[in-house]
Design a protein around this ligand. Sequence first.
Ligand code: CUA
Length: 314
Amino acid sequence: MGSLFDFMLPELKSPMTGATTDALMGFIHIVSFIILAGVTIAMIYFAIKYRRRSEDDETPLITHNNKLEITWSVIPLLLVFVVFGWGYKGWLNLKTVPDNAYEIHVSAYKWGWTFKYENGAQVGNEVHVPAGRPIKLVMQSQDVLHSFFVPDYRIKQDVLPNRYTYVWFQADETGESQVFCTEYCGTSHSNMLAKVIVHTENDFEAWLEEQGTGGGGTPEERGEQLVGLQGCASCHSMDGSDGIGPTWQGLWGKERNFESAASVSADENYIRESILNPSAKIVEGYQNQMVSYEGRLSDDDISDIIAYIKTLEE
Ligand code: CUA
């Protein structure tokens, strides 16, 4: 089915995220075309067949036809269910990042993109990735709403200030793909472009090596340093022992229960909220004692602290 619609879309370079989108789009187009053709042909046929032939030709009074009306309501309804179910399946796939995904942090700003790697390397407007491996982009904006769009991969995700969003893809072949900002963000929105550059696994490792650590150590190292500077350890232990606040050991990904909020699992957004607005969710069995770090830690600082927390496994 895909090849029939090739002229409408760029070549699909991430089948794992794009195959459903393409198949569903093909299905919707075929169904729409069949209905369009059917309605048009029927309309022309009836217009000719039932045309007025003489002066005393009178239109009979027809009020309704149950069978016909039920048929043309139920069939489209079923089609809508199919489209919804299919689309939902594709959406779940886009929201479920494979466990072995390689993580890269993305920072959007007016008007460009910064990509940050686990070894501390930082590059602007170019994201280098290995082929044949799922890539998870954890994204954040430094100012207004932006949106990360790669037509070749069929992925598009808003990038927000004060909140993390994520998206994933897997490019199977080496090459380049265009990234667009697809949320109007001011004068230079249309120039807010970047490229995904896909290398072989080996070339990618070599490239990453070459980028070095970007100076101040890896995000984990910077995070650990910040934790020391900000005195987090006076309330939170890193080794599982109890303190004024809950321990950070094993915190990452853990299900959290609160005094008066629904449970969440400890992800980037939860930890960020706990740093900036600690009273929003008080962990069961603890008191509301922590002050906000709003204004004391930058977005980068918080990302680095989260990187450090991730290393504190049980
Ligand atoms: Cu950033 Cu549009």
